[in-house]
Design a protein around this ligand. Structure first.
Ligand code: AMP
Length: 600
């Protein structure tokens, strides 16, 4: 269905301006993209990296396409490490690298460090400024109330060379762009900026929830960045409603909130409201949480959370908490490397979400996904396609060239072209390449899971047991969600699976072996304790029989390392002989990796 973005539909002149901009960008994709690439090549032609490819001056565009290779993070690690260590020469970018954004994608178990430059903040801000003008086309009257958004900063650190290293949203919330943003009636939040910026996530959440409760009738939209974040907020309400109600009844703030700026930020709001306190207690103590969002915030028009990609697993739970009544708006598609685009139909069903990539953000290329046949043999595609040339129905891997100095960088996302807005293609997010398990921003691939299982095997070896087979799934039904790993064991000692101490040791050793983003998520309570379910002998053979009965080839059958198909999970669960959880949090040190001064 075509989207009508004509400026005459806009809610105000500022919105009309934004819609005109979207129309202009999406109508001139090829020229905007060529201009972006030329700007990047012109300003960065003298960098050490680009000079290696001798692009010449006559036709830099063709030279770029012919000579610059597609790279992954690992290829750029030597350059990135030099910048992190303090080398200020123009290695990747002629503009100084202002900070590193710590991606939730990992390399060798640690967060990737994505270089960025000051002006990228303007580009991110520009994309943010387009979201409400689009939303206002579908949901009128959002200037008559507020948004309850649970937003947080995460810990940050400095590289040996003194550059900040932090997640992209932490960088944005701490920037002047966010902190000193001008008043905009369409973007009024219930959360004070001081609460969002509070590094202690408990204090931050407490005050954001308290403000949301006080202003419950003003709230027109409820959100978080990802669905997992919103579910954590609901869980927080379940666990803390008594204290919240007590504070509301007395008009005071618990002394557990120690942060001075946070305390000051709510001083003007606090007032005794016994009726509201009774309401909160009644709603939260009844044990009935179905539709809690619409009961506590009755004027909510939509949930503003990403439920595409790995977050789709949370849709049923969010539907439960919102009584199935609220649309879930996925407004944008972005990463630490670059912000990509927005959803021009934000009030559509989650399964229909497509993102329109904005051609001014960076230079986009696409590697067709899947194999091609040549001379009777199957090969991976190696020809990149420009943004203007992608084809509807085809899946692609995203490759970007940014203003900050990534050239033909393989992001790792697989996208499907679903249609066009003007000349701009629209993409469904299909999945992240090679990601097996994800609960929050963690992304665990097959080799990382294998490493974790190896760590468990070490523990079991002492007792003469081995893991014969394993598979896993991300359990999104618990809040927070957690990893479940099924083990089939071989042991002379039949009682091994009931050895609680040893099996718990397996769980924690697996967690210690998982990557830094996972461990940070565990420490920050965004991910629950890892669970091992031991299944009885022969279960994985039954799994194979089942797959073969459904048409799998007996020669090519491989044990799936992650399962989500209900009959398979039912089969596994019906064979479980014991369940064990990690008894404590794994270690996480925010300074991991970035403190190293060695050159990789
Ligand atoms: P990070 O590198 O931690 O900034 O994470 C960026 C990644 O998150 C992207 O490359 C995607 O894999 C995923 N992501 C971001 N936005 C969306 C979205 N709207 N839908 C699905 N996945 C997303």
């Amino acid at each position: 269905m075509a989207v009508d973005l004509s400026p005459s539909m806009a809610a105000c002149e500022k919105d009309a301006e934004a819609l005109r901009f979207i129309e202009e960008m999406t109508s001139n994709v090829r020229s905007v993209q060529r201009r972006a690439l030329m700007e990047i090549l012109t300003r960065n032609g003298g960098t050490e990296y680009l000079k290696r490819f001798d692009l010449g001056e006559e036709d830099p565009l063709s030279a770029f396409k012919a000579k610059v290779p597609i790279v992954s993070y690992e290829d750029l690690q030597p350059e990135i490490q030099r910048i992190a260590n303090g080398d200020r020469s123009p290695i990747l970018s002629s503009h100084p690298i202002s900070e590193f954004l710590t991606s939730s994608g990992t390399s060798a178990g640690e967060r990737k460090l994505m270089p960025t430059i000051q002006e990228e903040l303007d580009r991110r801000q520009l994309l943010y400024s387009l979201l409400m003008p689009v939303m206002n086309l579908y949901v009128p009257g959002l200037d008559k109330g507020k948004g309850l958004y649970f937003l947080f900063v995460k810990s940050e650190t400095k590289t040996p060379g003194g550059l900040p290293a932090r997640p992209v949203l932490t960088s944005y919330y701490k920037s002047d762009h966010f902190r000193t943003r001008p008043y905009d009636p369409y973007n009024v939040y219930t959360s004070p900026t001081e609460a969002i910026l509070c590094p202690d996530s408990h204090q931050s959440m407490y005050v954001q929830m308290l403000c949301g409760l006080y202003m419950r009738h003003d709230v027109l939209r409820v959100g978080a960045v990802f669905a997992s974040g919103l579910l954590r907020a609901i869980r927080f309400l379940q666990l803390n409603y008594e204290q919240l109600a007590q504070d509301i009844a007395t008009g005071t703030l618990t002394d557990k909130i120690k942060d001075r700026a946070v305390r000051d930020s709510v001083a003007g709001l606090l007032r005794p409201d016994p009726e509201l306190a009774r309401f909160v207690t009644r709603e939260c103590s009844s044990g009935d949480w179905e539709g809690i969002i619409t009961r506590v915030w009755p004027n909510t028009r939509y949930l503003d959370v990403i439920v595409t990609g790995a977050m789709a697993q949370y849709i049923p739970t969010l539907e439960y908490y919102s009584g199935g009544k609220l649309p879930m708006a996925c407004t944008m598609y972005a990463s630490s490397e670059c912000y990509f685009g927005l959803n021009l139909r934000p009030i559509c069903k989650p399964s229909e979400v497509s993102y329109t990539i904005m051609p001014n953000m960076c230079f986009f290329e696409f590697l067709p996904h899947g194999d091609v046949e040549r001379d009777g043999k199957m090969y991976s595609h190696d020809e990149l396609v420009e943004l203007a040339d992608v084809e509807v129905g085809q899946e692609y891997e995203l490759v970007i060239t940014t203003y900050a100095g990534l050239y033909r960088y393989h992001v790792g996302d697989i996208l499907l072209v679903t249609g066009f807005h003007n000349k701009a293609p629209q993409f469904k997010f299909v999945r992240r390449k090679n990601v097996l398990l994800s609960i929050d921003s963690d992304k665990t691939d097959e080799s990382e899971l294998q490493k974790a299982v190896d760590a468990a095997s070490q523990v079991l070896r002492g007792a003469g047991a081995t893991v014969v087979e394993y598979t896993s799934y991300a359990d999104a039904k618990t809040i927070p969600g957690h990893y479940v790993v099924y083990f089939e064991l071989m042991s002379s000692n039949a009682a091994i699976s009931n050895n609680k101490v040893m099996m718990e040791e397996c769980c924690i050793e697996m967690e210690e072996a998982l990557n830094a983003v996972y461990r940070q998520g565990r420490v920050g309570e965004a991910i629950g304790p890892l669970e091992v379910r031991v299944v009885r002998g022969g279960t994985f053979e039954e799994l194979m029989d089942y797959a073969i009965s459904r048409g799998a080839s007996i020669n090519q059958y491989k044990v799936p390392r992650c399962v989500s198909f209900t009959p398979i999970m039912e089969l596994l669960d019906s064979r479980v002989v014991s369940k064990h959880f990690s008894p404590r949090c794994p270690t996480f040190n925010p300074n991991e990796r970035v403190t190293t001064t060695t050159t990789i």
